[in-house]
Write a protein that binds this ligand. Structure first.
Ligand SMILES: C[S@@+](CC[C@H](N)C(=O)[O-])C[C@H]1O[C@@H](n2cnc3c(N)ncnc32)[C@H](O)[C@@H]1O
Length: 383
């Protein structure tokens, strides 16, 4: 069952986070099971339970939702005749009281392959890795702040070569990262004790966006992912960025799925904000909900005109630097940076071709590039 907003009063941002996690997991599992591997390992590295409302079934906790979602995928494929699929659940938690709850939860569900690891994730990496050797591993990293020993975690992610969703706690980082008292812990988070020099050399901007940029650079350097794409989640009651979900993947398909899920979840975030405003004001709002959702997502959502313009600029720059680049490679690189989907990029590429800014062949009858289509810069007329 998908997360239910009634369970998230006062922490609606977690509802959005869980919606995202579930929808991404569902698409990723279908894709994996239909092709690459019959084994899916789900690692909830900072599992909780944490601030849940449903203390009986934990239906508002990530670990329980992951079980429901992945089991639903496995069963629906089984109904279609796909046998031998296996999902492993590996949950890690530092707080002993929460570990006890996780163990109790696991004991009540003997039909699932659940293993609970007690203590800091960073101290359990070898144990978890040894039970995820085969199959595809998806790791959910959801700390409460920035207290993470990233160097160790990066090594774990690199060696498993799977995918991860990292919850970057933007609000906390923004508030505290400039304070000298936390310099050492931010250094551990960034896997770079000397981070301050790079931070201070960066152009003016919010602390959190600078730290995010440094973190992503370190992740790429550690080769934990080919693509790192992210989306902001706002606190709907205060309309302030609370967190940013970062997906690390080696697959262009993963980037496409991320943007597709983002597009859906953005609409839910606007709906949630609108409902809260209506509730708090005690009056019905000036515009109907659907109109508000359309207005806000057209203004700055996935595939809005501003993002398509940015995507177009990046596409032209990339093709100019790497003439002959394949459309699938180009699309994944653009979607990593800009919130657009392949369907938007098809239109952007075709418009640029029509305007004489790009060259590519369209096989008879086709109106948009295929993944293997090679793109070239326009031939400028000689002066
Ligand atoms: C934000 S909560 C997780 C919420 C959960 N993922 C969800 O969405 O329902 C973070 C959890 O991580 C635990 N924690 C903190 N540091 C940890 C560490 N180094 N290793 C494992 N767990 C940790 C906390 O006790 C807390 O339960």
């Amino acid at each position: 069952m998908p997360p239910r907003i009634e369970n998230y009063r006062g922490r609606e941002q977690s509802f959005i986070k869980h919606l995202f996690l579930n929808q991404y997991l569902e698409s990723a599992a279908y894709k994996l099971f239909q092709g690459r591997s019959p084994i899916f390992n789900f690692v909830d590295a900072f599992a909780g339970p944490w601030r849940v409302s449903d203390t009986n079934r934990y239906s508002d906790a990530s670990f329980s939702q992951a079980i429901e979602t992945l089991e639903m995928v496995r069963r629906s494929l089984l109904d279609m005749g796909r046998t031998g699929l296996k999902v492993r659940f590996r949950f890690c938690e530092r707080n002993p009281a929460s570990v006890a709850k996780l163990r109790e939860f696991a004991a009540e569900k003997p039909e699932f392959d659940i293993q609970v690891f007690s203590g800091p994730f960073e101290d359990n990496l070898n144990g978890i890795r040894s039970v995820c050797q085969d199959g595809f591993t998806f790791t959910f990293i959801d700390p409460t702040g920035w207290n993470v020993e990233s160097a160790k975690v990066f090594e774990f992610l690199r060696s498993l070569n799977g995918e991860f969703l990292f919850n970057f706690m933007a609000e906390e980082v923004n508030r505290h990262a400039g304070w000298d008292g936390v310099a050492a812990s931010v250094g551990r988070f960034l896997a770079d004790p000397a981070w301050k020099d790079a931070f201070e050399a960066m152009p003016e901007g919010p602390n959190e966006t600078k730290i995010l940029q440094l973190l992503k650079a370190k992740m790429k350097e550690a080769q934990v992912a080919t693509y790192l794409t992210d989306m902001a989640i706002r606190k709907p009651r205060e309309d302030r960025i609370k967190m940013r979900l970062i997906l690390g993947t080696h697959s262009g398909f993963g980037v496409e799925v991320f943007r597709t899920v983002q597009e859906k979840v953005e609409k839910e975030a606007v709906r949630t904000r609108h409902t809260i405003q209506t509730e708090e004001s005690g009056q019905s709002q000036l515009f109907p909900e659907d109109q508000v959702i359309a207005f806000e997502t057209d203004r700055d959502g996935v595939g809005c005109s501003g993002h398509k313009e940015l995507a177009s600029e990046l596409m032209l720059r990339t093709v100019a630097c790497r003439p002959g680049v394949a459309f699938s490679t180009l699309a994944a690189e653009v979607m990593e940076q800009v919130p657009v989907r392949t369907t938007h990029l098809n239109k952007v590429a075709t418009a640029n071709r029509k305007a004489g800014l790009l060259r590519f062949d369209l096989p008879g009858g086709k109106r948009t590039p295929s993944p293997s289509t090679r793109l070239w810069p326009s031939i400028k007329p000689k002066k």
